[in-house]
Design a protein around this ligand. Structure first.
Ligand SMILES: Cc1ncc(C[n+]2csc(CCOP(=O)(O)OP(=O)(O)O)c2C)c(N)n1
Length: 369
């Protein structure tokens, strides 16, 4: 007989996920250990997790400011999702890879990507100014769910090459309603690829609430159909997102294949700076989630543990100001590239229609000069 599953992990036989997400920090910031999800963190890790979350929030608000100043065309905020992003990325090893969507500034910070560099995508100057190979952090992906395929492909190749690495793909609840993540998860399961699909269930796909985009009881249930475990984590509890990710990453590294993590969270800001969320969600819903703020909850924990003092806060503040300065320096009036570059780097041997389209665009640009 298989041992009884801990109540908060998927059933080993049916793979069915638990209803209640894993939570290590309660709403008052008190730590409760959960069977099957041990914490292997030191005090310095706790402080680091806090530092990354605060920096992510500060960098995020600076990006919103830059958009409001007209320096960025659009920006997708992570406000409220700091714990989901930071906890997951923090559980990765140095050699592991991340394939992000467009909302992963927090995960980017943890991986050592300079936030200013990725803003080029939102300014439309270039795809990014970071080196994906050096940082093992893929380019931000605007087409929904495509990065899940990149993640599976990369993980399958790494396995074929006998490399010790795990790949994490971040995407949203809405992405699970599209074809690419479906194919990515199925292939990953069939090939036992070392990949973790980290779904930030922030309750909305732009204006479409979760209840209107899936009939599945939870996002984690979708894993059952692929034959992989689906874990659920309180996405506003950084210790839960870390511990659940640790478990899924260790599994993948040990050759046991992929898993899906559903981090239950909430997007506190608009979908992007081009969106008006008051048209589709209520002030009371927002207020309900505000009290579950991931940073405030972790702060209470750190204070209880005596790990937070003014000197540390000042240090983070200084670091955040440094980031903001560099972000402004990087994107302020950064020149736009040549639109004709659209046609570069796509095909080794471009099809004929590319030549026609390039000529059309060139003529259009000349007419506007
Ligand atoms: C292939 C594709 N289809 C549609 C869109 C338009 N679109 C942009 S964001 C979005 C919703 C995504 O929601 P979700 O996956 O939950 O991620 P979130 O934005 O909430 O982080 C859609 C449909 C797109 N970018 N790419």
């Amino acid at each position: 007989m298989s041992p009884a599953a801990a109540p908060l992990e998927p059933d080993p036989m049916t793979l069915l996920p638990p209803e209640r997400p894993v939570q290590l920090l309660d709403d008052e910031g008190a730590l409760h250990e959960v069977d099957g999800f041990p914490l292997d963190l030191k005090d310095s890790d706790f402080r680091d997790l806090y530092r990354y979350m605060v920096l992510a929030r500060r960098v995020d608000s600076e990006a919103i400011n830059l958009q409001r100043q007209g320096q960025l065309g659009v920006y997708a905020s992570l406000l409220g999702q700091e714990a989901a992003q930071v906890g997951g990325a923090y559980a990765l090893a140095e050699q592991d890879w991340v394939f992000p969507s467009y909302r992963e500034m927090g995960a980017a910070l943890v991986r050592g990507v300079d936030p200013g560099s990725v803003l080029h995508l939102f300014r439309g100057t270039w795809l990014s100014n970071h080196d994906p190979i050096a940082t093992r952090f893929g380019l931000l992906s605007i087409p929904i769910g495509t990065q899940a395929l990149h993640a599976t492909g990369y993980a399958m190749a790494a396995k074929f090459d006998g490399k010790d690495l795990v790949v994490m793909s971040y995407f949203g609840d809405g992405a699970t309603s599209e074809g690419d993540p479906h194919e990515a998860m199925n292939f990953a399961a069939v090939y036992d690829a070392p990949v973790v699909f980290f779904v930030q269930n922030n309750q909305y796909a732009i204006s479409v609430p979760l209840s209107k985009q899936t009939k599945a009881p939870t996002i984690a249930h979708k894993a059952v159909g692929y034959g992989m475990p689906g874990f659920r984590a309180d996405g506003n509890d950084v210790l839960a997102t870390y511990a659940v990710s640790r478990r899924a990453i260790d599994r993948a590294r040990a050759g046991q294949g992929p898993s899906l993590i559903e981090a239950v969270t909430y997007r506190m800001e608009a979908h992007t700076t081009a969106d008006d969320p008051t048209r589709y969600r209520t002030a009371s819903e927002l207020a309900e989630w505000k009290v579950r703020d991931p940073i405030a909850r972790f702060e209470t924990f750190l204070e209880r543990e005596g790990l937070l003092d003014d000197a540390f806060r000042a240090e983070i503040d200084e670091e955040a100001r440094g980031y903001a300065t560099r972000m402004r320096a990087e994107v302020y009036d950064a020149p736009h590239g040549d639109p004709l570059e659209l046609f570069e780097h796509v095909y080794v041997e471009p099809p004929e229609r590319f030549d026609e389209q390039r000529a059309l665009l060139r003529a259009e640009l000349e007419r506007r000069e």
